[in-house]
Design a protein around this ligand. Structure first.
Ligand code: PMP
Length: 289
């Protein structure tokens, strides 16, 4: 049976949908998306921090100049999960410029919203990750705001390809001053002498997992030079699909066991997978999914 998608206000079987080849977003990346997790909890499906994801999407929509109704997208998310009977799933809303012109003036273009859900498969796997410092630079915030604008992901994809070509799992972006930015689809944390530090950088995506972990651990958010990261006791990555993932190595530097990251990962997973009275406000329950 075909999966259902939400497209422009209604649920439609996926195999009945197609986008024209003159879709503006396909030519110029003029779209904004989100990556959201739904978890199978003992009380059914629950979407983690749906409001915060859709608020970030609204900022991307504002940057592109596309009207976006976060309440409609939230209702669509719930409807799609329920229609597909997805509990452990990845939810992908996308808002994009359609047809009407192939010029760079977006005024005449059609605008569309879809929400898809796909059964869950982990993003970087479950094993500790081997990183390499990318020879590429991250998009500068002054050139492309760090939001989930589709076109900005070409930067991530090129860096990831380059790292994979040298046998690594992911690329670490560092700026011209040697400060750590983020990886291609996750934010970076380190642990030194028991203190947890969330790497802060203006060119990094303001991650919702990062925000969650800062709140859970009381981590300090600050700029971190690459040299300091290499001296850390532990380095770990945070993102909606990667969740919390220890880093095994950064180029020639190998990290040992990651007891703090492992403990933080367990706390994170227990909250997303079942909630806790203190964190129930982070979950949107989807009865009937
Ligand atoms: N940085 C980038 C570039 C990303 O694509 C993601 C994934 N959305 C993250 C960081 C982590 O953000 P979040 O925790 O909100 O998924």
């Amino acid at each position: 049976m075909s999966l259902s998608l939400w497209f422009d206000g209604r649920l439609v079987p996926q195999d009945q949908l197609a986008a024209p080849l003159t879709t503006h977003a396909m030519h110029y990346g003029t779209a904004v998306f989100e990556g959201i997790r739904s978890y199978a909890t003992p009380d059914g499906a629950a979407v983690f921090r749906l409001r915060e994801h859709l608020e970030r999407m609204r900022r991307g929509a504002d940057a592109l100049g596309i009207a976006f109704d976060a309440n409609e997208a939230a209702a669509a998310t719930v409807a799609v999960l329920r229609a597909n009977h997805h509990r452990d799933a990845y939810v992908r809303p996308l808002l994009w410029y359609g047809t009407g012109s192939l010029g760079l003036d977006v005024g005449p273009l059609s605008r569309h919203l879809m929400v898809a859900s796909v059964p869950w498969a982990p993003h970087l796997g479950e094993k500790p990750v081997r990183l390499t410092v990318s020879p590429m630079r991250r998009n500068r915030a002054a050139a492309l705001p760090p939001l989930k604008l589709a076109g900005s992901y070409v930067n991530s994809i090129l860096a990831k390809r380059e790292a994979a070509g040298r046998g690594f799992d992911d690329a670490l972006f560092v700026d011209d001053d040697g400060l750590v930015v983020e990886c291609t689809g996750v934010n970076v944390f380190m642990v030194k002498d028991g203190a947890v530090v969330a790497v802060a950088h203006p060119d990094a995506l303001p991650g919702i997992t990062r925000d969650t972990l800062v709140e859970l651990t009381g981590a300090t958010a600050r700029a971190v030079p690459l040299d300091e990261l290499k001296e850390a006791d532990e380095v770990f990555l945070a993102g909606t699909s990667a969740e919390v993932l220890p880093v095994a190595a950064l180029d020639e530097r190998r990290f040992g066991d990651a007891p703090v990251a492992t403990e933080i990962r367990a706390r994170y997973l227990s909250i997303v997978r079942s909630g806790s009275p203190a964190h129930e406000h982070w979950l949107t329950r989807v009865p009937g999914a």
